[in-house]
Design a protein around this ligand. Structure first.
Ligand code: PLP
Ligand code: 3DJ
Length: 411
């Protein structure tokens, strides 16, 4: 049996423990939803204040040059690139994940014009599917949906596929696809691949270059902690840069934006993936947030992430065996991201009861209780206290109250 003291000891020995102090979390709260919205790095308010008051308020339009605003996307891109195994000139930060998916899918479709099928997975995150549906309509493509398993995806890859779009770490279960194997098979049949790294970047080790990935997108406000609605990133392998054309041909993606010429002429490299004026306040928030990763070895982070998740599963086995919980995530940490999802028919109410106790996870339809373990700020003792709290909620039927049973509009 794992004791609370065992967990405290693990925290004392944790090489990443000091990083928790770089975040501001509400006193007494256990936050297990960094896979949806990352926690706030403590230095962010001062930096945002400086951006607003000094750079905007005082520097006004001059700050594009004086404060270097014009170079911000490039600076951030280099920080993101390190976390996903890419070169700095293969990444740019702009827009939302949905918009970057739109650009990525359209770019891939144009790079492979003779093929007619987008291959994707049934349990992909809805925005990915909706964007693919929009692209399919525009380009006259067909979408083929397969079950969200590596086997189903590998079996469906044939020479009709134009592009494959998959989310590397499944948002509901946390299952990880074998990126290199699937990418290699896609290439064998002449298809391109677009990976969504929303639940991977900053949470698991990703090596886009080693896997020879064509395109990828990812989110700035989850494990990268950039703040609500922080811009996202897009990656395109260097070998596609010459031919790539994205459809959102805005002036920030123009070769000479300040010459104000009549015709669109795409900029070289990833600048081409820009569209309009970047949301600077948000961008600079992400820029500052990424500094938290300075000195973090992604391998160490992954080891802690796996240990937190394994501990959670072990404690669930020990303390919750009589309450009809299921495990929706893989038991094998090698194929599981930085989250663990349980199933329970009263999942929604149990999550609400936990939130009322100051422990934030979330609920995903139809019956999934989702717990994200962000290794930079979640402690082993938090894992213990969470499972202990679930056990108490079950023993006392604490979930069975009107305010926990009524679904909220946004969760
Ligand atoms: C896999 C995945 N892709 C994309 C998104 C979000 O995209 P956007 O930031 O455009 O809302 C999410 C979560 O919101 C997600 O889980
Ligand atoms: N992006 C979100 C939002 O605008 C509102 C509420 C939640 C979110 C999320 O990020 C959800 C998240 N991507 C998920 O994995 O379910």
């Amino acid at each position: 049996m794992v004791t609370r003291q065992d967990c405290i000891t693990l925290d004392e020995r944790d090489g990443l423990a000091e990083y928790r102090h770089k975040f501001t979390l509400p006193e007494g709260e256990i936050y297990l939803d960094g896979n949806s919205l990352g926690a706030m790095p403590s230095h962010l308010p001062a930096r945002i204040q400086e951006v607003v008051v000094k750079e905007w308020g005082n520097g006004l339009i001059r700050s594009w040059n004086d404060a270097g605003w014009i170079h911000v996307p490039k600076r951030i891109s280099a920080k993101v690139a390190r976390l996903i195994g890419a070169n700095a000139d293969e990444v740019t930060v702009a827009d939302s994940t949905s918009v970057n998916l739109y650009k990525a899918l359209a770019t891939a479709a144009r790079l492979n014009p003779d093929r007619k099928v987008i291959l994707t997975e049934l349990d992909n995150f809805p925005t990915d599917l909706y964007i693919a549906q929009g692209i399919a309509e525009l380009f006259g493509l067909e979408i083929r949906y397969v079950e969200s398993t590596p086997e189903a995806v590998l079996a469906a890859l044939d020479d009709s596929i134009c592009l494959t779009m998959l989310t590397h770490v499944n948002y509901r279960t946390g299952a990880i696809y074998p990126m290199a194997e699937i990418t290699a098979k896609a290439h064998q049949v002449g298809a391109l691949i677009v990976w969504d790294l929303a639940h991977s970047a900053g949470a698991v080790e990703v090596d886009l270059n080693a896997a020879e990935v064509d395109l990828a997108v990812g989110c700035g406000y989850k494990y990268l902690n950039g703040g609500p609605g922080a811009p996202s990133f897009i990656y395109v392998a260097k070998r596609h840069h010459q031919q790539m054309r994205q459809p959102l041909s805005g002036w920030h993606g123009h070769a000479k934006p300040f010459e104000f010429v009549l015709d669109y002429q795409p900029a070289d490299g990833m600048d081409r993936m820009q569209c309009g004026t970047p949301p600077l306040i948000s961008m600079l928030g992400l820029d500052a947030a990424l500094d938290v990763f300075d000195g973090v070895d992604m391998h160490d982070l992954r080891i802690k992430s796996m240990a937190l998740c394994d501990l959670f599963i072990k404690l669930v086995d020990e303390k919750l065996s009589e309450y009809d919980f299921g495990l929706a995530s893989p038991r094998d940490s090698a194929v599981r991201g930085s989250q663990v999802s349980l199933t329970h028919k009263q999942g929604y109410a149990i999550v609400q009861a936990l939130i009322a106790r100051g422990i934030t996870g979330d609920f995903r339809m139809p019956n999934i209780l989702r717990f994200g373990f962000t290794p930079l700020y979640v402690r082993y003792v938090d894992v213990y206290d969470t499972v202990q709290a679930i056990a108490e909620i079950m023993v006392k039927d604490e979930w069975n109250q009107a305010q926990f049973l009524t679904k909220k509009a946004v969760t």
